[in-house]
Design a protein around this ligand. Structure first.
Ligand SMILES: Nc1nc2c(ncn2[C@@H]2O[C@H](COP(=O)(O)OP(=O)(O)OP(=O)(O)O)[C@@H](O)[C@H]2O)c(=O)[nH]1
Ligand SMILES: [Zn+2]
Length: 217
């Protein structure tokens, strides 16, 4: 398994290069910040119903942003060499995810579809879902999330081709701001043969459709 080298934990996890663990506030400081936001919202953090809320919010943040503590190399660095020489497309579609937009810290959520052409081994299918979560559980844009998943597969797996497509609804567009419920944003990133050969992209979309037709029928 490969390691992340000697960069900072945040940089190794794909976070900001300038951010170090030393800059991380304490749990008590994070809870105090939540109390401030409750007061900013117009409520009393000391009333009975809100008594444990700062602790709960900080605990929820640990889940929402757990991806900063994940190293993609550890998630997808191991291949099974023995797949009877299988080298055709592998597509894992409809991986559900939720993330938070970096502009408003409001959720966006949807499904990721990940495909690759193996070269010299395959990886466990669950690894793609773990990789999606590792990047989704950070402050993100949908475009960066898409690119980071594809780049990690290319860097650590070295396949002949990589395709990632994400469909998501952004709550910052539905519950605030422009307030358009139900609109979906679709992003794609193609590498290797998927990038070079439009017929491979068409095959990726056909495989996606094929699975959908079966699910619908
Ligand atoms: N490209 C991209 N934009 C996003 C994503 N998530 C949210 N946004 C957009 O980021 C933009 C932020 O725009 P700003 O003008 O800085 O902020 P704002 O005044 O809150 O914008 P509104 O959402 O239009 O009210 C908005 O247009 C959001 O829709 C994303 O994943 N990718
Ligand atoms: Zn947003």
């Amino acid at each position: 398994m490969k390691s992340a080298g000697n960069s900072s934990p945040a940089a190794a996890a794909g976070g900001c290069d300038d951010f170090t663990a030393a800059a991380r506030p304490s749990r008590a400081e994070a809870e105090a910040a939540v109390r401030t936001l409750i007061r900013w919202a117009g409520d009393d953090p000391d009333r009975e119903g809100l008594a444990g809320t700062p602790e709960r919010v900080v605990a929820a943040f640990e889940e929402f942003y757990a991806g900063y503590r994940e190293n993609p190399a550890d998630l997808i660095g191991c291949t099974f060499a023995d797949a009877a020489g299988y080298d055709d497309m592998v597509l894992v579609r409809d991986i559900p995810f939720h993330s938070h937009c970096e502009h408003h810290m409001v959720p966006f959520f949807g499904r990721a579809h990940v495909a690759y052409y193996p070269a010299g081994g395959v990886i466990g299918l669950s690894r793609f879902a773990r990789l999606v979560d590792a990047f989704a559980r950070r402050l993100q844009t949908q475009e960066r999330l898409t690119a980071q998943i594809a780049d990690a597969i290319e860097t650590h797996l070295r396949p002949r081709g990589t395709a990632v497509m994400i469909e998501a609804e952004h709550m910052c567009m539905s519950m605030r701001g422009v307030q358009k419920q139900g609109s979906l944003t679709i992003t794609t990133r193609f590498g290797g043969v998927f990038h070079d050969n439009p017929a491979e992209q068409a095959r990726f979309f056909a495989q996606l459709r094929c699975g959908r037709d079966r699910a619908a029928g």
